[in-house]
Each structure stands twice: as structure tokens, then as C-alpha cells.
Design a protein around this ligand. Structure first.
Ligand code: UD1
Ligand code: CA
Length: 490
């Protein structure tokens, strides 16, 4: 995230997010669809925050309750303004200004559906607005296909007006410079222009863009900042554009991390959310997805085919083909392949979790090992202990969940069931195949299983004529012959 820039502090930012987003064909509002792990409106707010606005207003309309609920969670500092009817962008900004009585100075207007807009671009737009002493400054771009955008009609270095696709003449349709829908307005100019708006156009809407012609008629300067990186201005109207913008933002996020010393073996199959933090010399292998507030420390290697959601990974850890959520993986820990770490898992330094192990609320001590085929839920395992293959921490009795504690340097034999609540002390052993229901004291060996009996001749009697019986007979004959030879001293 870009640092707040007090130099470009503005009076207010208004984010338009009231549109229906019909082409998304979705039960949820367009601006709540996610790109790089954040809703598009949250990304717009992050970007706007770079201007350190005195007030930040989000205009909601379509499914306003859902948007407002989301904003209360992710951006409690914003003011919500309601646009009752989708009467156009001019009406949306009117609704925004009604939450800013008496505002003066600079008002920045942006959209909640332009996820690639960089904070630096907004800062540059404000700087250009001031340097040129403009009443309005419009962010523009030259795009390969301007279809659907408002076109910029220039007059020297000023903008005369903006004409929408549906209102444009053939000559105007040929203009390649488009309106990104992102502006800085002098508050008074904006207020006057909005008051004068009329829906005299093919869409019968109140166009924010008409404020520009109004400002020019009043003798004010309207300038433009053309952004060379036109992808920043591209919006999202349907799911195809959503996927394209998401892929592009991901490429940009990965490029930034690569510049900061992260190796990404295959950027095409690696996804890193906007809120992730990576250190130098982290390596991301193909098929890795780092989500939420995941952080990875120096030297750690993640992947291939690994998803980490809100996970903290320590230095030089190795996480291979793993799915983990809300877990802490300590330094020099090795996890995987095929491990499943659920919320509340904490692995101390040098611990090892291996193949087909599922953990939940499991705190594993330094250097402890849970290498194979285990369910470890509601557990505390002390430093240096070893949990044998196939051990089950039976934490649930059908009603409640209970904790199992294994002390330090203890050894649980393979295929044991530890029935919680139960405690195995420091330096204790559990024999393989045991079902443990009673606490085991320090240094004790717990054995809980049937005594073994070997019944001679059983196969010969009960499975006569089978390959097993033939194999047994041959082996017995060979033993007998060996014994005879020994006796005769050969
Ligand atoms: C608008 C601009 C166009 C520009 C384009 C950039 C106008 C008249 N046209 O067109 O020049 O090239 O953006 O993407 O402004 N919204 C509301 N309430 C409304 C209507 C829209 O809040 O009543 C919001 C939408 O949610 C969206 C933004 O305003 O976030 C832009 O609306 P949209 O309908 O996409 O505008 P365009 O017609 O594309
Ligand atoms: Ca649009």
C-alpha cells in the first residue's frame, strides 16, 4: 500500500458505487466482487486513502444494505451516501455532495469498479490540477478500443467537453482519448455544474461529464492528465472483464514482489492477494495461492500447489502441496506434501508435519514431528516428541471437544488413538496400536492392546490346498531340512 501523501491532501473523495452492474448477472452488487482478495470498492477506498482526504464518501444505491454492511466491516472510516434511483453519474455525485455540506477546495471523484487504478496516479492527477490551476482535471487515456467510453473533445490543452458513446457523432466516435471517469473538481465549480444538470441525452441520465462544458461556459479551466498505462483506467462491467482485471492486478502484484526479491517460478499460476506480505528470497513454486493477510519470511519456499489463507510462515520454512488457513508455521518448519492445517494450528521452529496429516487447534512444539497419516485436533505436543504414523487425536465425543496434551520428548507409537481429554507426560511412551484413555505419567510406557497368540498349524487345517498352505508347507520343510543338517554337522 502506498503511504498517505499529506502534500496531496484533498477536501473529499467521492467514490461512485451505486450502479446496478446488470451485466455481472449476480446476486451480489458489482463492487463487492473481489479482485486480489479484496472487494473492488475496498480497493477503490485503499487507493483514495493515498490522498489523505478529510472526508471519504461512498455513494451506494443498488443493494445498498449489502454494500453498507461490507463497508462497516472493511472501511469504518468512510461516510455512506445513498443515491435513491440510478439517475446517472451526475445524480450519484449530487448524492455524495449531500453528505459534504459546505465542502470547499478539491473534491476527487472516482468509481468503485476500476480496480487497477494506482494511488500514484490519483496523486499525479491532484498535482496536475494544482500546477495548471484547473477548475476540473480529468484522467484520460488512449485505449486500443474506446467503444463504450466517453470521448474527450479537446480544445488545445483544455477539454471542451466529454461526449458519451451513445450521443457521439461518427467523427467523435473516432476519438481515441477516453474519459476514465476519475476527476478532481473545484468544489464550487462542481456544485454549480451539478445544479444545472439536465437529462438531455439519449440515455435520459444526469451526466457528471456535463459539468465540464458548464465549467468551460463559465470561463473556467478544464485540464486533463493522460495516463500512459491505460490499463489502470479499465473498469469492470462483466465477469470476463473481472477475470481480465484480476489477472492483470495479479501480474502487477507479482512484478512488485519480484522487484523486491521474491522468486516466482510461474507467474501464470501463482496468485498473491493485495494484503499479502513477502520477504526477500522467498520462493513461490507453481500453483501457489497466497491469500488474505498471509506473510512469508525470508528464505521460505512455498508450493507447488499450495494455498495459504491468513497464514504466517517463518524463515526458511518449507511448505509443500499444502492447504492451510489461520495457521502459524515457524522458522525451519517443514510441512507436506498433502498436509491440511486448519485454524489454530501453530508449529514451533523445526517442527515437521508430513503427508496426509490434518491439524486443527494443534500447538506443536520445537522440533516435534507428526510425519504421516494423522488427525491432530485440539492438541498440544511438546518439543522433540514424535507422533507415529496413523495416530488419531480423538477430540470429539459427539457432544463436546476436548484437548489432548503430549509432553516433551515423548513417543506415541503408530496407529494409536488418544481419546481426549487425556495427558501423556514428558518422556513417556505409548506402544503402537494402543487406545489411550487414561493419563500416562513421566517415563511410563502405556500399552493398551490384546495379547498376541500364534496358533500353530492353523493355515494347514483351515486353508488346506490354498497357495498360503503350500507356501507354509514349503517353508516348514525347508526349516526342518536345515535343522537336520545342523544336527548331522554338515
Ligand atoms: C462513465 C462516464 C464515461 C466514462 C466511463 C468510464 C458519465 C456520463 N460517463 O460512463 O464518460 O468513459 O464512466 O468508465 O459519467 N453510478 C452510480 N449511479 C448512477 C450511475 C452510475 O453510482 O446512477 C456509478 C457506477 O456504479 C460506476 C460509475 O458510476 O461505479 C460509472 O457508471 P457507469 O454506468 O459504468 O458509467 P458509464 O456509462 O460507463
Ligand atoms: Ca462503466
Amino acid at each position: 500500500m502506498v503511504e498517505q501523501d499529506s502534500q496531496s491532501r484533498v477536501a473529499a473523495v467521492v467514490i461512485m458505487a451505486a450502479g446496478a452492474g446488470t451485466r455481472m448477472r449476480s446476486a451480489i452488487p458489482k463492487v463487492l466482487h473481489r479482485v486480489a482478495g479484496k472487494s473492488m470498492v475496498a480497493l477503490a477506498i485503499d487507493t483514495a486513502d493515498a490522498l489523505a482526504p478529510d472526508r471519504l464518501v461512498v455513494v451506494v444505491g443498488h443493494q445498498r444494505e449489502l454494500v453498507a454492511e461490507h463497508l462497516a466491516e472493511v472501511a469504518p472510516h468512510v461516510t455512506i451516501a445513498v443515491q435513491e434511483q440510478p439517475l446517472g453519474t451526475g445524480d450519484a455525485v449530487r448524492a455524495g455532495l449531500s453528505a459534504l455540506p459546505g465542502v470547499s477546495g478539491e473534491v476527487v471523484v472516482t468509481s468503485g469498479d476500476v480496480p487497477l487504478l494506482a494511488p500514484e496516479t490519483l496523486v499525479d492527477l491532484v498535482a496536475a490540477h494544482r500546477a495548471e490551476a484547473n477548475a476540473v482535471t480529468v484522467l484520460t487515456a488512449v485505449v486500443p478500443d474506446p467503444t463504450g467510453y466517453g470521448r474527450i473533445v479537446r480544445e488545445g490543452d483544455e477539454i471542451a467537453r466529454i461526449v458519451e458513446q451513445s450521443d457521439a457523432t461518427d467523427a467523435e466516435l473516432g476519438l481515441a482519448e477516453i474519459n476514465a471517469g476519475i476527476y478532481v473538481f473545484d468544489a464550487a465549480t462542481l456544485g454549480e455544474g451539478l445544479a444545472a444538470l439536465q437529462a438531455r441525452n439519449t440515455q435520459g441520465e444526469l451526466y457528471l461529464t456535463d459539468v465540464i462544458a458548464h465549467a468551460r461556459a463559465a470561463g473556467r479551466r478544464v485540464g486533463a492528465l493522460m495516463v500512459a498505462d491505460y490499463l489502470q483506467t479499465e473498469g469492470v462491467n462483466d465477469r470476463i472483464q473481472l477475470a481480465e482485471r484480476a489477472a492483470e492486478l495479479n501480474r502487477r502484484i507479482l512484478s512488485r514482489w519480484m522487484a523486491e526479491g521474491v522468486t516466482v517460478l510461474d507467474p501464470a499460476t501463482t496468485w498473491v492477494h493485495a494484503g499479502v506480505d513477502l520477504a526477500e528470497d522467498v520462493t513461490l513454486l507453481p500453483g501457489t495461492s497466497l491469500e488474505g493477510a498471509t506473510s512469508v519470511s525470508r528464505g521460505a519456499v512455498i508450493g507447488p500447489d499450495t494455498t495459504l489463507i491468513d497464514v504466517e510462515v517463518g524463515e526458511n520454512a518449507r511448505v509443500l502441496r499444502t492447504h492451510a488457513e489461520l495457521a502459524v508455521i515457524g522458522p525451519d518448519v517443514t510441512v507436506g506434501p498433502f498436509s491440511y492445517l486448519r485454524p489454530g494450528t501453530e508449529l514451533a521452529a523445526r517442527a515437521h508435519v508430513g503427508a496426509f496429516v490434518e491439524m486443527k487447534k494443534a500447538v506443536i512444539g520445537e522440533g516435534a514431528k507428526v510425519p504421516h497419516l494423522t488427525y491432530c485436533g485440539d492438541a498440544v505436543v511438546g518439543a522433540g516428541s514424535n507422533i507415529g504414523a496413523g495416530t488419531i487425536f480423538a477430540n470429539y465425543d459427539g457432544v463436546g471437544k476436548y484437548t489432548t496434551t503430549v509432553g516433551e520428548h515423548s513417543f506415541v507409537g503408530s496407529d494409536s488413538v488418544l481419546v481426549a481429554p487425556v495427558q501423556i507426560a514428558d518422556g513417556a511412551y505409548v506402544a503402537a496400536g494402543s487406545t489411550i484413555t487414561v493419563d500416562v505419567g513421566p517415563g511410563e510406557l502405556a500399552v493398551s492392546r490384546g495379547q498376541q497368540r500364534n496358533i500353530k498349524g492353523w493355515v494347514e487345517r483351515k486353508r488346506a490346498g490354498t497357495p498360503s498352505a503350500q507356501a507354509a508347507a514349503a517353508a516348514l520343510a525347508a526349516h526342518e531340512q536345515e535343522a537336520t543338517q545342523m544336527e548331522s554337522g554338515e
